[in-house]
Design a protein around this ligand. Structure first.
Ligand SMILES: *Cc1c(COP(=O)(O)O)cnc(C)c1O
Length: 409
């Protein structure tokens, strides 16, 4: 055996209780070991149709254009913005955390004119301020995150779509961290484009990003259609408007690929599609309401457990995401040492933080397959032991007891 063959992949069994990724549901992993198919095989295109149907209820939409972007959640974010915006268009970003800054960064690269509507981390943006900003800057696109894992806050979105439509703007929402864990009402909220990822509340691996697009936004995007040289067909002409500044992320081309035309674009990531399909089947099989309740119960238990240990929970209770909880690192405790011991002694990963919260909070996620009572209790029990080992005085069992009580309430 050559000395450089390394070993077979055999990762430790870690319990991933950070802000994502989380442990994938075993059914999802099993689906991903199924045999491959050619991308135009009728069996495969049948699975693609099923995926479109399965993700409509998950997004709370009837949108025809509901499919997958091959790539992590960021791929769908970038595809949305690059396909909606042309250079010089105004992008209004509803900014309340790190992922708002990502929307700005992507918009800047497109050459859009950026208008930031920012609030301090830990807050959300009141809808009347969004309305005023739309009136002031007349944006082409208004982009917001739903749940921003960096701050653990969830932005209320009810009414955003109507405001945008009245102003002739398109709305985009990054729901990566909440899709499948908190209610996403694409149609009710009137949002034009919503994207997600698998590795948070949908309980899958990263690498496939569900997207849904309203007919109105699809018409705008398809009008910018660009046909690759050499494969142009009579029924398609290069769009009159400004071309979409990306090939891989050209949603018009990706829609042609997912339509009955099946125009070749990329090679659909078969294994990720199997995984995404099973994530949706698991979620819908459980029932979305039951699933949201399970995430909410886990979030409440983490919050109660942290408070039971005498810790402070970060952010505004009214707007907290149900699936990721920020816990303030107490004075005198080395946050990284705690995370290291959680990993080394208990095989549990909890999250650090970035930006203004670096070194100030841990983030504990209970998402998808990990939003379960026993995993929350095990995590709190471990955290208590580690905190004591790191010199923080807390009452033995207080975290687990409080979490248990919250489950029983
Ligand atoms: C986790 C997360 C992402 C990250 O996307 P990936 O490309 O899959 O790493 C984007 N947006 C939000 C709101 C997230 O929570």
């Amino acid at each position: 055996m050559p000395p450089d063959l390394f070993g077979e992949i055999d990762p430790p069994h870690r319990l991933l209780m950070g802000p994502g990724p989380v442990n994938a549901h075993p059914r999802v992993l099993r689906a991903m070991s199924a045999d491959l198919l050619g991308q135009f095989d009728p069996e495969m295109t049948g699975y693609m149709e099923q995926v479109m149907a399965l993700y409509r209820p998950i997004f709370g939409t009837q949108n025809r254009w509901t499919f997958l972007i091959d790539g992590t959640a960021r791929a769908a974010i970038e595809a949305s913005l690059v396909s909606l915006l042309a250079p010089g268009d105004t992008l209004l970003v509803v900014d309340f955390g790190r992922f708002g800054l990502l929307l700005r960064e992507i918009g800047e690269r497109i050459g859009a004119k950026i208008e930031m509507l920012s609030v301090p981390w830990g807050e959300t943006v009141p809808m009347d301020r969004i309305a005023a900003a739309i009136e002031r800057v007349a944006p082409k696109v208004v982009a917001s995150v739903h749940g921003d894992t960096s701050t653990t806050m969830a932005q209320p979105l009810e009414g955003l779509g109507a405001l945008c439509r009245a102003a002739g703007a398109y709305s985009y929402v990054d729901a990566t961290a909440t899709l499948g864990g908190m209610a996403i009402e694409t149609d009710k909220w009137g949002i034009d484009v919503v994207t997600g990822g698998l590795q948070k509340c949908l309980g899958g691996p990263s690498g496939s990003a569900p997207i849904t697009i309203s007919d109105r936004a699809a018409a705008h995007i398809l009008a910018r259609r660009h046909v690759e040289r050499g494969i142009a067909r009579d029924d398609l002409a290069n769009g009159a408007g400004s071309r979409i500044g990306s090939n891989y992320f050209d949603l018009a081309m990706v829609m042609d690929y997912w339509s009955e035309k099946r125009l070749n674009h990329h090679t659909e990531a078969t294994t990720m599609l199997y995984g995404a399909r099973e994530c949706a089947r698991v979620a819908l099989g459980e029932g979305l309401e039951a699933r949201f309740a399970r995430h909410a119960a886990a979030g409440r238990a983490v919050t109660a457990g942290a408070r039971g240990l005498g810790l402070t929970v970060y952010g505004d209770d009214r707007f907290r995401m149900t699936n990721v909880t920020g816990i303030v690192i107490p004075e005198g405790v080395d946050g990284e040492a705690v995370r290291r011991r959680m990993r080394d002694d208990f095989e549990i990963e909890i999250g650090t933080a970035f930006g203004p919260l670096t070194g100030k909070v841990w983030r504990i996620g209970a998402m998808g397959y990990n939003a379960m009572k026993h995993k929350v209790l095990i995590t709190l029990g471990a955290l208590e032991a580690v905190l004591r080992a790191e010199g923080f005085a807390c009452e033995a069992g207080a975290g687990v007891d409080a979490a248990l009580r919250s489950y029983e309430a």
